[in-house]
Write a protein that binds this ligand. Structure first.
Ligand code: FER
Length: 264
């Protein structure tokens, strides 16, 4: 986003937000495995725990589920977005509530690697199946194994591209479980707005934050445009950040920065 853009000040992270800083406390990020009744195997996810997590008995944490795109897996955010650096910096500046961030694999099928034709019908279907894996397998596992709060106001879902579509589809369909929803450059897996938000007033009452962002050069921007237009027309409060850029990491990393500091 350049400085002449109307959204520049409000929606642009400060310089250095994604650069490793010396002398600050660091969180920890590691891979976990959880049993999935949905897929019938053991699945991998990554978990970021904020600085001081293990030492802070008595503190309870909110949870952000952060989803990857069509070419990725549970390591995609870690490899390309380095979320632990963005989040460590936000904690150092006291801009984040206590939360853990879970990076699932959103392709819920036996071979969930991003191999071969990632647009194959069975692989696209697996991004739909993930709703069940998330709700009935991963969330219960996280809640049994981490010191986390379990009501809707302490649970958020966000993601990039396919994961942005999943966040809208799953989040808005399960407002009894998610109060905070973020979509960064949501892909065409995003349901039509009338299906996402059939009862706008009810959705508006339940949502704590709906964040939608997309680059102005993104070939998938029509998905965000139609979603924003419907939300605006039906008076569903949301933040619409139209940024300068394409279907790429600067938008998604800024999305994490902007969304995470507004939640919980
Ligand atoms: C499509 C174009 C792009 C689509 C999905 C994508 C399901 C996903 C892109 C990404 O996750 O980066 O037509 O259809």
């Amino acid at each position: 986003m350049n400085e002449s853009h109307p959204n520049y000040k409000m929606h642009t992270a400060p310089a250095g937000y994604d650069k490793e800083r010396e002398g600050i406390a660091r969180g920890a990020i590691h891979t976990i495995e959880y049993p999935s009744t949905t897929v019938g195997n053991t699945r991998k996810a990554m978990v970021y725990m904020p600085p001081g997590y293990s030492a802070s008995a008595g503190q309870e944490y909110s949870v952000l589920y952060l989803l990857h795109g069509i070419g990725g897996d549970e390591m995609e955010w870690y490899n390309h977005g380095r979320p632990q650096i963005i989040l460590d910096n936000l904690y150092a500046d006291q801009m984040l509530k206590p939360m853990i961030v879970v990076l699932p694999n959103g392709r819920a099928m036996l071979n969930d690697r991003a191999e071969g034709d990632t647009f194959a019908p069975d692989k696209l279907q697996a991004f739909e199946t993930f709703e069940s894996d998330l709700l009935y397998d991963l969330i219960p596992y996280i809640e049994a194994n981490y010191r986390v709060l379990t009501d809707r106001t302490h649970r958020a879902i966000a993601g990039l591209s396919m994961g942005g579509g999943q966040s809208l589809n799953i989040g808005l369909n399960n407002l009894d479980r998610f109060a905070w929803i973020g979509a960064f450059s949501p892909a065409p897996n995003t349901k039509l707005p009338e299906l996402l938000v059939p009862e706008p007033q009810k959705t508006a009452e339940l949502l704590s934050l709906l964040w939608l962002s997309c680059g102005d050069l993104d070939s998938l921007k029509h998905v965000s445009d139609r979603t924003h237009a419907y939300l605006a027309q039906h008076a569903v409060p949301h933040i619409w950040a139209e940024e300068n850029g394409g279907h790429d990491w600067p938008i998604w990393k800024n999305g994490l920065y902007q969304f995470s500091r507004r939640i919980f």
